[in-house]
Write a protein that binds this ligand. Structure first.
Ligand code: CAA
Length: 248
């Protein structure tokens, strides 16, 4: 198996960490976990990875909501670790509120971090993937991008948009050995989901046919498959992984 360099944006969060572990388990891969500049838990996170035996996991600071910052980060990865072969556009935030109460700041923050980030980072790795004739790009969309969610006009718009981005880009690079796909998780057991108001979360879990949240490792397993050699014929797809919550 060829060793690859993988970049996971928002790589130190709940789903991001599971993706890093899974991609780093493949022999020889180097995995770079992006985090915000000055992220307070970066060193502790790296120590935890070392303690788990992942010597091939690195950190890269960069604000993926910002084009220049993303470019500088990719430049550092190129020179210090290697050209990015696998990009997981995973960074995401929530600022839930009904549209009636949503501030322009909460709208813009979510669109910048969850959608514009895909442009900001992909733009800096794509040409090199195409020149080398191999690449895998996986975007984290969401069940709430597919079906909409009360209180998430910003998030649902960004998550639907990120798959539109994948479908358009997949067509542009289909002859270059680069695949572009999305995955749409349902509700995953991460701090982000645990931060939903208790009564609201209980109602959400009651509405999941499988009766439980997803384990982040289940999402990471699907992403690892999409980045593999054998997934080379899948492009422009959006794969749902939601415990039966929404079937399309
Ligand atoms: N559909 C229809 N009506 C709803 C509703 C729903 N899903 N949820 C709430 N309502 C109703 C309530 O019953 C209430 O009605 P009344 O005024 O008649 O009592 C009214 O709308 C207001 O509801 P809230 O009390 O919840 O309003 P709030 O302003 O206090 O809170 C909110 C709004 C912050 C958006 C809150 O409802 C909330 O947190 N909702 C969950 C949003 C959610 O699912 N976020 C997912 C985060 S995780 C994630 O995004 C990851 C992923 O990809 C899945």
């Amino acid at each position: 198996m060829t060793a690859r360099v993988a970049l996971v944006t928002g790589g130190m969060g709940g789903i991001g960490t599971a993706i890093c572990r899974r991609l780093a388990s493949a022999n020889g891969n180097a995995v770079v976990a992006n985090c915000l500049p000055g992220y307070a838990h970066k060193d502790a996170w790296l120590e935890q990875m070392r303690a788990e035996g992942f010597d091939n996991v690195h950190a890269a600071e960069g604000d993926v909501a910002d084009f220049e910052s993303s470019g500088e980060m990719v430049g550092r990865i190129d020179s210090e670790i290697g050209r990015v072969d696998i990009l997981i556009n995973n960074a995401g935030i929530v600022r839930d509120n009904t549209l009636h109460k949503m501030s322009p700041m909460d709208w813009t923050a979510v669109i910048n971090t969850n959608l514009n980030s895909a442009f900001n980072v992909t733009k800096h790795v794509l040409d090199s993937m195409c020149e080398r004739g191999w690449g895998r790009i996986v975007n984290l969309s969401s069940v709430n991008g597919q079906r909409g969610q009360f209180g998430q006009t910003n998030y649902s718009a960004a998550k639907a948009g990120i798959h539109g981005f994948a479908k358009a880009l997949a067509q542009e690079v289909v002859k270059k050995g680069v695949t572009v796909n999305s995955v749409s998780p349902g509700y995953v057991a991460t701090d982000l989901v645990r931060s939903i108001r208790k009564d609201v979360l209980e109602r959400i879990v009651a509405g999941i046919p499988m009766g439980r949240l997803a384990d982040p490792a289940e999402i990471a397993g699907l992403i690892a498959y999409l980045t593999s050699e054998e997934a080379g014929y899948i492009t422009g797809a959006n794969i749902a992984i939601n415990g039966g919550m929404y079937m399309s």
